[in-house]
Every structure is written in structure tokens, then in C-alpha cells.
Design a binder for this molecule. Structure first.
Ligand SMILES: [Zn+2]
Length: 440
């Protein structure tokens, strides 16, 4: 299908904005981008979507989530992370069936598409069911089977085999929209030997690793309590680096508790960081030193984490929160700029998902993953600076049209690929059934 996406503004990249411009799409790719006046006539007969009063931008990327946790949205709040996990989340997760993962992921895909997210990194289980939801919804995702070994060799082996099965069977599904990684949960739930084994296996398949790192202050202590390993003053990043885990194929979620030295290690190894400011604030995990990471050249993308700890999957909210918390935290409003934040939400996220050759900007040759926002909203008037509006003023429901892989999935607020009401009803019923199974 060929069409033209037109806007009063086209954000080619956060540092390159064109006024009164168009993006030309043929099949799944962007074939031309430029001022409307210059491209006029060259593509006559192409359908035009968008128009005046619209801003066209690269699809937003959510670098770390547990999509099917939408089923647990609002189930348990205002608790300490360890108690929240052990008393509330893990007992319910033990009752999750494959079909629940499909429904929960489908709900997440619907929520994300409606908020302008066109790609996400997911770590959970029954990931073939998550892949099914991704394929059906038209979104793009990097999926990984979450592996929790806790020193139990048999459980570890089972998880590793399942992770391999997911990589073998899901890589490339949905015309290449589904890609895969290995998902060892964290250094406090996976032994050092296991982490190394997973790393070796991921190398064999030539895919990345998606892992939680340095999320909470007590992680060093948790590693000691679970595996009897004393880090002797070292941080978690130093520890996993010494195990040989860190390189440019690693996507590390959170990375809140890191030293200056460890930030340099992350930069040297090319590790990608998924910054989850809302989840980190809600679970009181702390504030990741993102400005320092950016200054040291670390690649950072934005993320929501699972809906149970957020409680929504909304990168506009993450953009605003990440833009402002670091200012207050350092008593310096200049430490994060709107342009840097929009970069994290687009090209930074694309790099974190190892998809930056294909997505993250609206440049010729890239996949057509495009979002259109309506600027005719009281909160977006007047307009002096479009990047400022996108980061500080816009809300996810200002998104009107979403295109992934050259397919129009939502147009003027109407979701075309899924039956929205059906997904909502199904998710409500599935969540109720799940909680009642867990409580009996
Ligand atoms: Zn997580």
C-alpha cells in the first residue's frame, strides 16, 4: 500500500523537525521525506492521511515491560517491592494459564497502540501466546522468556529450554515484527553460573539478553542471601561485568543503583539501559542517574515496566516524568532537555531493542512506524516549540493515527485491527477468573 503522511510538523528525528512536510510510505517502508512544497506532484494519486494541525513523529518505543501484567493492574499497590512480589504478584502469577498471557498481552498491545507506542520489549512467560497477540494486533515487539532459576538446576534447565524454544519458533513472526531475546530475570534470581550459561546460549543464537539490573538498593544483599556471594563493596554492574555478561547485546532494565565507575563500564560495554521512572518512583526503588549515563554515552530508552507497577503503559507519561524528576533530584533544570527525552522515547528505545536500523526515526529506508498527534487541543495551544509540547504538554490520548510496518492500525482514534470492546470485555473477565482461581 502506498500513501502520504502529512503534518504541519514532521519530526524526522528529535533534532530535525520539518514544517509542512510529508512522509511517503510504500509497502512497509518510508521511501521519501520532505517539505510538501518540494515533493508536490511527485506522488500524485497516493492517498493522504494526517494533514494540517497534525504532528507526525516516529512511533514511541517501550523498552521494558511485562505486557500480560495488565491483568494485575491495580491489584496491589502501595507496598514494598519484596512483599508486593512475594505476597501478591507471584502467588497470582502461579495461576496464570497460557490463554491469560494471550489476553493480557492483547490488552497491552491495544493500550500501547492507542498511546502511540509502536514497539516494545517484553519479558514474561508463555511467550508464544504473547507473540500471537503481537502478530494479531499489528504492533512490533522483542519478546523474551523470563527465567527465574534461584539456584534450582532443574528449573533453570527447563527455563533455558523454553527460552530457546521461543527464540527458535517466534523469531521473525508477523512479517518480522516479532524478534526475540533471552530473559534471565535478574542477578538475585539467577546464579552466576546460570547467567553465564544463558549468555553462552544467547550468543549461539545471536540474540540479545534482557535482564533487570540494579533495580533496588538491597540487590547486593539479596544476591548474598540467595547465593551466598559477597560482592565485597562492588556493585551489581561490576559483579555481572566480571561474569562476562555485559556487552552491546544486553538490555538492562532499571539500573538505578550504579556508581560513576559502573556507568563507565556500561558505556564501554555498550549496554542499553531501559529507564522506568514511573515504576521506580511508585515502588520507591530510587531515581536512576540518567543524566550522568547520557553524558557518559550510555544508550538509554524509556519504559513503563509492567502495568502492575505503573499502572499504565504510556510513554508520554514516562517522557514527562523523566524530563522533570532529574531536574528536581539534582536541583538543576538544565540536566535533561526535552530533545534528549524525546530521543530516549524514539531512537534511544530503537537502539535498546536492537532495531535502530529499521525504526526510531522517520528517515528514508526505515520501516513505516509512524504516529500522528492532533494539535488542535487546548493544552497544545499556542505552539512555540513542538518538542516541548510532545514532552511536557501532550497526553497519550492526543494520538489519533498509528502506523506500524506500513499498516494503518488506528486512524482518527478508531482502532482498525482489533475489536476494542471485545478485547476490553475479555480482559476484564480473564482477570476476574485469574484472581478467583488464585484466591481459592
Ligand atoms: Zn520489570
Amino acid at each position: 500500500m502506498e500513501f502520504i503522511v502529512k503534518g504541519s510538523f514532521v519530526v524526522v528525528r528529535p533534532d530535525k523537525i520539518l514544517e509542512d512536510a510529508v512522509v511517503v510510505v510504500e509497502d512497509d517502508r518510508i521511501v521519501d521525506v520532505g517539505k510538501e512544497s518540494e515533493l508536490k506532484g511527485k506522488y500524485s494519486g497516493y492517498e493522504i492521511i494526517g494533514g494540517k494541525g497534525k504532528v507526525v513523529l516516529p512511533g514511541l518505543v517501550n523498552c521494558h515491560t511485562h505486557a500480560a501484567m495488565t491483568l494485575l493492574r491495580g491489584y496491589a499497590d502501595d507496598m514494598v517491592l519484596s512483599e508486593w512480589l512475594t505476597q501478591k504478584i507471584w502467588p497470582v502469577e502461579a495461576h496464570l494459564k497460557p490463554e491469560d498471557i494471550y489476553v493480557g498481552t492483547l490488552l497491552a498491545c491495544l493500550e500501547m497502540l492507542k498511546s502511540g507506542i509502536t514497539a516494545f520489549a517484553d519479558m514474561y512467560f508463555y511467550m508464544d501466546k504473547a507473540a500471537k497477540a503481537v502478530v494479531e494486533s499489528g504492533i512490533r515487539a522483542v519478546i523474551s522468556h523470563g527465567m527465574i532459576e534461584l539456584g534450582n538446576a532443574e528449573k533453570g534447565e527447563r527455563d533455558l529450554r523454553e527460552a530457546e524454544r521461543i527464540v527458535r519458533t517466534c523469531q521473525g513472526l508477523g512479517d518480522g515484527r516479532v524478534t526475540t531475546m533471552f530473559g534471565p530475570h535478574a542477578p538475585y534470581t539467577c546464579s552466576p553460573e546460570y547467567l553465564q550459561k544463558v549468555k553462552e546460549t544467547a550468543e549461539k543464537y545471536d540474540v540479545g539478553i534482557h535482564i533487570h539490573l540494579a533495580e533496588t538498593k538491597d540487590e547486593v544483599e539479596k544476591i548474598k542471601n540467595t547465593f551466598g556471594i559477597d560482592l565485597k563493596g562492588k556493585g551489581v554492574i561490576e559483579y555481572v561485568d566480571e561474569l562476562g555478561i555485559l556487552d552491546s547485546s544486553v538490555l538492562a532494565a532499571h539500573v538505578v543503583w550504579v556508581s560513576e565507575k559502573e556507568i563507565k563500564i556500561l558505556a564501554e560495554r555498550g549496554v542499553k539501559v531501559a529507564h522506568n521512572p514511573v515504576s521506580n518512583l511508585k515502588l520507591a526503588s530510587g531515581i536512576a542517574p540518567i543524566p550522568q549515563m547520557l553524558r557518559n554515552g550510555v544508550t538509554v530508552g524509556l519504559a513503563t515496566d509492567g502495568a502492575a507497577s505503573n499502572n499504565c503503559l504510556d510513554i508520554f507519561e514516562e517522557m514527562k516524568v523523566s524530563a522533570i524528576i532529574h531536574k528536581a533530584h539534582s536541583f538543576d533544570p538544565t540536566v535533561t532537555s526535552a530533545t534528549e527525552v524525546l530521543e530516549m522515547a524514539t531512537i534511544g528505545g530503537a537502539k535498546a531493542l536492537f532495531l535502530d536500523k529499521d525504526i526510531g526515526t522517520l528517515e528514508v529506508g526505515k520501516k513505516a512506524d509512524i504516529v500522528i498527534l492532533d494539535l488542535k487541543k487546548p493544552r497544545l495551544v499556542p505552539l512555540h516549540n513542538i518538542v516541548s509540547h510532545l514532552v511536557y504538554a501532550a497526553k497519550c490520548n492526543d494520538v489519533c493515527t498509528v502506523i506500524v510496518d506500513g499498516k494503518i492500525l488506528m486512524e482518527n482514534g478508531e482502532v482498525k485491527v482489533l475489536d476494542e470492546n471485545k478485547v476490553i470485555e475479555l480482559a476484564q473477565k480473564t482477570a476476574e477468573d485469574l484472581i478467583s482461581r488464585a484466591q481459592t
